[in-house]
Design a protein around this ligand. Structure first.
Ligand SMILES: O=c1ccn([C@@H]2O[C@H](COP(=O)(O)OP(=O)(O)O[C@H]3O[C@H](CO)[C@@H](O)[C@H](O)[C@H]3O)[C@@H](O)[C@H]2O)c(=O)[nH]1
Ligand SMILES: [Mn+2]
Length: 615
């Protein structure tokens, strides 16, 4: 570990931004001993053929020095020049178990081309599309990579998102953030507009995020393992939209940046009474007076601003600006607290690499991941992050566009699919056993919304009953007894009620989500496969984590390998052994054995001579 006295010496940048002719992109990182090593894998990434103009791109290799902020053990060290003493000293570490004995010296690579104001028209010969007369410059593009050090929890997607949120606060401070997974892409270029309509509409300042449905490509036509999840995306999520909004499912989600920073919405309601039937405005959110419009931009809108965002002054300064810029346009009397027309045209200072590095590479001793931004510690960080915001009273919108907004790929072979379902279900069990259990929700969550979140946390537990149910036929065949002595009226009426409920549920699913009978049947099939394997394993894993603190790993879903094969669905038939198969196989074998045994037993009792065949 680098000793504390070299903090002051090391400047934020070891190789400063160069507009020079050097075009090869170099990645480097500083080791714990202070040595700078280049990450050779990227050394030969030469982009010179791609870009003709040497001045087009600004290449930074940014090396973060260890700061006291990311070295919690060295308390006597002097803060570097850019650090504000007041925050550094008053910080307490909220998230103990993050392996923070390491100094995180993040190497951040920023490659950006600043877009020009002058239009840049395309030509006829641009690949196969005619871009004549169309303004085609690429928008500002920044690629950000994080160092992932063994032994230091990089917090997966949530960690990546938080780094991006901080970096983009400095780079563009866009008031809205669209989040897409690495396996998703934009399918409808106008979808963003639709999302913005909600955000910019009257009352839109209370909206935290717009969730778009997940749609997938490359799934086998009969969707054997229920990858499309149509009932969830076109039934459940739409129904939730009629309550307080859909759950956050990670990808295809348009966020209000300001809401990610742990602030409360400008207005919210609370619900009291057993079923939350009494509604009243949340008391400690003060109705904003008209004077607020005069509020200077450098005064923060929330006097209780957490002191734990970290020590980047530039980041803190960006917060009130992104709040202001996300307000609806004040072009009508009815728009309270809007932003005056033209307010977004204010010039902004040019950016430089040290400023970006200052804001990105820290995290320990801040509330990032524990309260601010994407929440750490869950394998379904998306649901938890959304839930926390729901709890603060923000509103959420589910937006289904006519043409799919975004599309992605997803595993179609059974093993990978089960691992995916296992991860989701484990996340749900974690939520159930955590402080994010909706039993502990604030009064800003409606009763039914609570039930919905409860359902998210509780569904894996149904697997226990499902597995018992699957063993019933074998049990009856072996023992010669049915679960009840006689088919009495009580049993039959239970059976009748349950059958009616299940039938109604299926009817609703088919009616609301518009699925055909085949898809409905596939769903039922996969419900049994997933329920008897992944969901049960999730319950066990969740219990292990809660009781013994043993964590599972988040394995990135393997993407299709069948690209060059003749059968585009070849992936479907890939079977990789996983212990998740044990329970469904056991169920199958025991039931088959019971059937065969009982069949022969019956045959034997009718025609005793059959006995000779079986020895
Ligand atoms: O270490 C990691 C792991 C994942 N990711 C990102 O997280 C995404 C989700 O991973 P994937 O393997 O595609 O899982 P899915 O089950 O398809 O994803 C769903 O479920 C995840 C939670 O389990 C959410 O994070 C996703 O947003 C949601 O789409 C990836 O695409 C990556 O963009 C990272 O950035 N770093
Ligand atoms: Mn995915």
């Amino acid at each position: 570990m680098a000793s504390s006295n070299n903090h002051n010496k090391s400047s934020s940048l070891s190789s400063t931004s160069s507009y020079g002719p050097q075009l090869a992109v170099k990645f480097a990182r500083r080791t714990s001993s202070g040595r700078v090593v280049s990450l050779s894998r990227d050394d030969d990434l030469d982009l010179s053929s791609e870009y003709n103009e040497p001045n087009d791109y600004v290449n930074y290799t940014v090396q973060m020095p260890p700061t006291p902020d990311n070295m919690p053990n060295s308390t006597q060290s002097n803060p570097p020049h850019h650090q504000r003493n007041d925050t550094a000293d008053s910080l307490n570490r909220p998230n103990g178990g993050r392996g923070d004995d390491h100094n995180l010296d993040a190497a951040t690579k920023v490659m950006s081309k600043f877009p020009e104001n002058d239009p840049f028209y395309g030509h006829m010969d641009e690949k196969s599309i005619d871009f004549t007369g169309i303004d085609i410059p690429l928008p500002l593009f920044v690629y950000l990579s994080r160092e992932k050090r063994p032994g230091y929890d990089h917090n997966k997607k949530a960690g990546a998102m938080n780094a991006i949120v901080r970096a983009s606060a400095i780079l563009s401070n866009g008031p809205f953030i669209l989040n897409l997974d690495c396996d998703h892409y934009i399918y409808n270029s106008l979808a963003l507009h639709e999302g913005m309509c909600f955000m910019m509409d009257r009352g839109g300042d209370r909206i935290c995020y717009i969730q778009f449905p997940q749609r997938f490509e490359g799934i086998d036509p009969s969707d054997r393992y229920a990858n499309h999840n149509t009932v969830f995306f076109d039934g459940n999520m739409r129904a939730l939209d009629g309550l307080q909004g859909p759950v956050c499912v990670g990808t295809g989600c348009l966020f209000r940046r300001f809401a990610l920073y742990v602030f409360h919405p400008p207005r919210a309601n609370e619900y009291a009474g057993l079923f939350g039937q009494i509604k009243y405005p949340a008391p400690h959110i003060q109705a904003q007076s008209d004077d607020d419009e005069e509020q200077p931009l450098n005064v923060h809108p929330d006097p209780n601003l957490p002191k734990t965002f970290g020590n980047s002054a530039m980041f803190s300064d960006s917060i009130p600006i992104c709040e202001f810029q996300a307000r609806p346009l004040m072009d009508h009397k009815s728009v309270k607290n809007g932003r005056p027309p033209g307010a977004l045209l204010a010039p902004r200072p040019p950016l430089d690499a040290p400023t970006i590095a200052e804001a990105v590479g820290y995290e320990d001793k801040t509330e990032w991941g524990s309260r601010i931004g994407w929440i750490y510690g869950s394998v379904t960080e998306d649901v938890v992050t959304g839930y926390r915001m729901h709890n603060r009273g923000w509103r959420f919108v589910y937006c289904i566009t006519k043409q799919d907004a975004y599309r992605g790929t997803t595993p179609i072979n059974l093993t990978d699919r089960l691992h995916q379902v296992l991860r989701w279900a484990t996340g749900s069990v974690e939520i159930f056993f955590s402080r994010n259990n909706p039993f502990l929700a604030t009064t800003r969550l409606k009763f039914l919304q609570r039930i919905a979140y409860m359902n998210v946390g509780i569904y894996p537990f149904t697997s226990i009953f499902l597995v018992l149910y699957c063993f019933l036929p074998a049990f009856s065949l072996f023992s010669g007894h049915f679960i009840v002595e006689t088919l009495n009226i009580t049993f039959l009426s239970y059976l009748f009620i349950i059958t009616i409920c299940i039938t109604l549920l299926s009817l609703l699913e088919v009616k609301w989500s518009g699925i055909a009978l085949e898809e409905w049947w596939r769903n039922e099939q996969f419900w049994v496969i997933g329920g008897s394997s992944a969901h049960l394993a999730a319950v066990l894993q969740g219990l292990l984590k809660v009781i013994a603190g043993i964590e599972i790993s988040f394995t990135l879903i393997s993407k299709s390998t069948a690209e060059y094969e003749d059968d585009i669905y070849a992936d479907l038939y890939v079977v990789k052994w996983t212990s998740l198969f044990i329970m469904p196989l056991t169920i199958m074998v025991i039931n088959v054995v019971a059937l065969v045994l009982d069949f022969s037993r019956t045959m034997y009792s009718v025609i005793p001579q059959w006995n000779k065949f079986f020895g």
